[in-house]
Design a protein around this ligand. Structure first.
Ligand SMILES: Cc1cc2nc3c(=O)[nH]c(=O)nc-3n(C[C@H](O)[C@H](O)[C@H](O)COP(=O)(O)O)c2cc1C
Length: 194
C-alpha cells in the first residue's frame, strides 16, 4: 500500500527523456496495468497501440504540427490548445518531447464510458511506470485531432479504425530531468458530510 501511495504522490509529468527505449518487460507491466483498469460494465473496450518505430513517431510529429498550424486561436480557447497551435505555427513542434514510446489509447466511438474507462487505464499506466522509475506524460494532442482526417488516415495503417475515438496518449521513456515537486493543491476541493 505504501508503494502505491508513493507512486501516486511522486508521479510527475516528464517532458525530457533519455534516448533509451523502455525495456520490454517494464512496458509489458505498464500495459498490463492498463488492461487491468476498471471499466464500466466490464466492457473492456479500451485499446492500446504502442508506437516505437522512429519513422512513425517522426511522421506523427509532422502530421500534428501540420494540422495544428492550420488552426486559428479563438477567444476563450483552452490554454493548452492555444500553446499547441502557437508551437506548431512556430515549427519544430515535438508534442511528445522526444519520448521513445507513445501509447495511443482508443475506445469505442459513441460509448458513454469511453473517456472514463480510458482515463482509468491511462492513470494505471502512469502509476505503474512511476513505480518502475519510468517517466511518462499524458498527451492530449491526438485527442484534439481525433476527428482529423489526415491523422486518422495515417493511424488506420496501424489498425486504429474509424469506429474508435482517441481518448488520450502517453509519452514514455526514462526521465532526463530532475524529480520535480508537485504543484500546490488548490484548497477547498474536499468536503465531508457526516
Ligand atoms: C487529460 C490530461 C491531458 C494532458 N495533456 C497534456 C499534454 O498534451 N501535454 C503535456 O505536456 N502535458 C499534459 N498533461 C499533463 C498536465 O499538464 C500535468 O498533469 C499537470 O500540469 C500537473 O503536473 P504533474 O503531472 O507533473 O503533476 C495532461 C494531463 C491530463 C490529465
Amino acid at each position: 500500500m505504501e508503494q502505491t501511495i508513493q507512486a501516486i504522490l511522486s508521479r510527475r509529468s516528464i517532458r525530457k527523456y533519455k534516448a533509451i527505449q523502455v525495456s520490454e518487460e517494464e512496458l509489458g507491466t505498464m500495459l498490463e496495468a492498463g488492461l487491468y483498469a476498471p471499466s464500466g460494465g466490464n466492457c473492456q473496450y479500451t485499446r492500446f497501440t504502442v508506437i516505437q518505430k522512429p519513422e512513425v513517431l517522426a511522421e506523427l510529429k509532422r502530421i500534428v504540427e501540420q494540422e495544428f498550424s492550420r488552426m486559428e486561436v479563438t477567444e476563450g480557447m483552452y490554454r493548452s490548445k492555444v500553446h499547441a497551435i502557437q508551437a506548431a505555427k512556430k515549427g519544430g513542434y515535438d508534442f511528445i518531447y522526444n519520448a521513445p514510446t507513445l501509447i495511443v489509447v482508443t475506445n469505442k466511438k459513441g460509448h458513454g464510458n469511453a473517456m472514463a474507462d480510458s482515463a482509468a487505464a491511462i492513470e494505471n499506466i502512469l502509476l505503474a511506470a512511476t513505480s518502475m522509475n519510468i517517466g511518462t506524460c499524458w498527451i492530449n494532442q491526438l485527442t484534439w485531432l481525433s476527428d482529423d482526417p489526415v491523422l486518422r488516415g495515417y493511424l488506420k495503417e496501424f489498425g486504429i479504425e474509424e469506429g474508435e475515438v482517441i481518448c488520450g496518449s502517453i509519452a514514455a521513456g526514462y526521465s532526463d530531468q530532475p524529480q520535480a515537486k508537485a504543484q500546490p493543491r488548490k484548497e477547498g476541493r474536499v468536503q465531508f458530510v457526516k
